[in-house]
Write a protein that binds this ligand. Sequence first.
Ligand code: MF3
Ligand code: CO
Ligand code: CO
Length: 291
Amino acid sequence: MAESRHIWRMVTYIDAALAPLKNEGQIRLYRQEDFAGMRRASRLTAECLDALEDIVRPGLPTDEIDRFVYDFGLAHGALPATLGYKGYMKSTCVSINHVVCHGIPNEKPLKDGDIVNIDVTFLLDGWHGDSSRMYKVGNVKRAAERLMEVTYEAMMRGIAVIRPGATTGDIGHAIQEYAERERCSVVRDFCGHGVGRIFHDAPNILHYGNSYGSEAERHDAISKGRDIELKPGMIFTVEPMINLGRPQVKILSDGWTAVTRDRSLSAQYEHSVGVTETGCEIFTLSPRHEA
Ligand code: MF3
Ligand code: CO
Ligand code: CO
């Protein structure tokens, strides 16, 4: 009789050129030529996030942000991937203060002192560029500013460990270790994801880690598919949500908006990245600040 108590779904990788355009749990490995497509879509997303810096201000209704992103995409031949996605009917997610993610743009104006995440995914020529950043609305309190800094640094520390042979768990571990050392918490209910030809693809990228007692335990986790080994050609997002208070979230009755249960502030940054032979390429770097 088979060991029924230990069923693990084995991780399989597949040549992205041969895979069906559907998330069936296999991990797509893209080719160098594919990276060019990701660069174009992601650059457009980053340019839009740059342009939003010039319009975010107290008094701006968040659906104006949504309209701006829709117009920006269409003017450049791209579609916002969230539009119509699982019934979501907006071009962006706009998540203010204690909203963790998936805030739905509406007529309410931004207020002085708000911190806001704007998440944009453009679909350009079949490629998804998914990225989000935090914006300060007017004068922001130091605690909120610090949360933004910690969250950005957490994302970059997660990205810094990406190379062939490292695992998805290494990314989460780097993020969690840093965020908790800074007395912040990591949201567990949402994660990063494979991206590329498909908006939300395998694998999940958790933003918290595994603690291994030994190297043998680490190998065990990899071989049983709990921790996925990174290989050249993988494309995914790193998008930690970090809270000033506790990590628990709840979803509001609109079915989308996720908020912190303790109403503490939450922040998020997101990049789309690709694993290279030696490390990783960040596709959604800001042309204005980071490129
Ligand atoms: N852009 C989000 C992400 O980073 C997904 C938003 S899905 C939506 O994965 F339906 F809420 F828009
Ligand atoms: Co994403
Ligand atoms: Co996103």
